[in-house]
Each structure stands twice: as structure tokens, then as C-alpha cells.
Design a protein around this ligand. Structure first.
Ligand SMILES: Nc1ncnc2c1ncn2[C@@H]1O[C@H](COP(=O)(O)OP(=O)(O)OP(=O)(O)O)[C@@H](O)[C@H]1O
Length: 244
């Protein structure tokens, strides 16, 4: 099991998505007087990027900076040149975010209504909403559940619903914050397969190191700084050794 770059033609004959590049310039973030990220400068261009590190090292804060859910206390985050501080709406069209706990993301009573939520918000015409919602429900094996109460889905199905609700918005990059932490092995594999097949570029924060084998780049966070940055073969053994 691994999350890697999808094979050529993974999306059929659709043209490749434009790339979304994210640049962090000397980014520092503090919650109140507690600084949790310090002077992070990076450019993210690769298709498959993993983020690992100890609890509290700043990974989730970093992930949330990438689409403007959190704005830096100092420094700048640019998505295709758009400043997350002032152009959050445009940034979020490009970069979607999947939370660790799908309950944080599910806001509507039924599965289909929940997936439609973001499109409705954007004023997309009803016919197009119906078509796009159908497409993602089929893609994520949820079409048999379209009128079911979302809160009664299993943990794995809820995570797939949360992913469907992000992907229906057609972002170019998707940030996943520990998407499998709450799942059993079967659902971890299921979600991993979904991530594996995405044509979108991804950033995945995870403690499941084995899932990063096919990734292009892995960042290791330590005390709010990037302590290692390289291929999985370079960074994962380094991190494991650091953990003693
Ligand atoms: N909203 C917040 N308010 C105050 N402190 C916060 C907030 N969010 C995170 N923190 C603190 O910031 C530090 C970094 O948290 P963050 O969630 O970014 O780390 P993490 O590496 O993702 O951790 P984990 O692996 O446990 O999820 C932690 O000490 C955390 O307690």
C-alpha cells in the first residue's frame, strides 16, 4: 500500500490540471504568545508531498497555512502568487482541505446535500450541481447512500464523503491533515487508494510513514521548523532514527 503519483491518464482523456505552486516566505505563526512555526521558507511544486513529525511539531498549522485557514503571524504564503492573507477566496478555489475528523467538515443532513454545499454556495447552476454531485458520489462509492443521513455513515464512509465534498469543487491541490488517523486498516487502505488515484496534487500530513513510499518529497517538522526535506528514502529513515 502506498500513496504515489497516479499513472499517466488516470483521469481518462481529461486535460492535465494546471499546477498550483505554494510558496512560504519566512513564515512564523504564533497562537497568542506561543510561537509554533518559525521562519519557514519553502516552495511546494511537487505532485506528492508528505509532512511528518512529532505531535505538536507544527504540521497541522503548516497544513492550514497552505489554503489560508490560518494566516501567518509574520511572513507570507503565496498560492500561484495569491496572498492567502488577502485573497483567501481565490486561494481556496485552488487548494482544498480535508480535515482529520470528517465530522468537522460534514454540515448537511444528507450525503448528496452535503456534497452539493460548496457548489450551492458558489451559485453554480442546479443542473451542473446535480451532474457534478452524481459524478463524485459514483467515484467514491457513495451513490447508493445519496439520501442517507450523513451522520449515520461509517467512519470510513464519512471520510470519503468529506473528500468528495472537497473534490467536487475541483481544486488543483488538496491538503489532507491526517486523513486516516481515525480509520481502521480497511478504511485506511480505501482512503489511501482514493488519494493514490487523484489527478490533483496533494499534501498529506500523516503519522502512517509507510504510505509515503511513492511520494516525491517529504518534509519533517521538528519544533516548528523544517528539520529535513527530501525524498522519502532520505527523510523517513532519518526521522525514524531521530525518534529513537
Ligand atoms: N488553535 C490553537 N490555539 C492554541 N494553540 C494551538 C492551536 N492549534 C495548535 N496549537 C498548538 O500549536 C502547537 C502545534 O500544533 P499543531 O497541531 O500544528 O501540531 P501537529 O504537529 O499537527 O501535532 P499532532 O501530530 O499532534 O496533530 C501545539 O503545541 C498545539 O497545542
Amino acid at each position: 500500500m502506498r500513496w504515489g503519483r497516479p499513472g499517466a491518464g488516470a483521469a481518462g482523456t481529461a486535460p492535465p490540471l494546471p499546477r498550483t505552486d505554494v510558496e512560504l516566505r519566512e513564515v512564523t505563526h504564533a497562537y497568542g504568545d506561543r510561537t509554533v512555526l518559525t521562519g519557514v521558507s519553502l516552495t511546494l511544486t511537487e505532485s506528492r508531498i508528505g509532512v511528518i513529525g512529532a505531535n505538536g511539531s507544527g504540521k497541522s498549522t503548516f497544513a492550514r497555512l497552505l489554503n489560508g485557514l490560518v494566516v501567518p503571524t509574520a511572513g507570507t504564503v503565496l498560492v500561484d502568487g495569491l496572498d492567502t492573507r488577502t485573497q483567501a477566496r481565490e486561494v481556496r478555489r485552488r487548494v482544498g482541505f480535508v480535515f482529520q475528523d470528517p465530522d468537522a467538515q460534514i454540515v448537511h443532513p444528507t450525503v448528496a446535500e452535503d456534497v452539493a454545499f460548496g457548489l450551492t454556495n458558489q451559485g453554480v447552476p442546479a443542473g451542473e450541481i446535480a451532474r457534478r454531485v452524481d459524478e463524485v458520489l459514483v467515484a467514491y462509492g457513495l451513490d447508493g447512500h445519496r439520501d442517507h443521513p450523513a451522520h449515520l455513515l461509517s467512519g470510513g464512509q464519512k471520510q470519503l464523503l468529506a473528500i468528495a465534498g472537497v473534490l467536487v469543487m475541483a481544486p488543483q491541490r488538496v491538503v489532507f491533515d491526517e486523513p486516516t488517523t481515525l480509520l481502521d486498516l480497511r478504511n485506511t487502505r480505501r482512503v489511501a487508494r482514493v488519494v493514490d488515484g487523484l489527478e490533483q496534487d496533494v499534501v498529506v500530513v500523516t503519522h502512517h510513514l509507510e504510505l509515503l513510499a511513492g511520494f516525491d518529497r517529504v518534509l519533517v517538522f521538528e519544533d516548528g521548523r523544517v528539520a529535513a526535506d527530501g525524498t522519502p528514502a532520505e527523510t523517513v529513515p532519518w526521522y525514524v532514527a531521530r525518534c529513537g
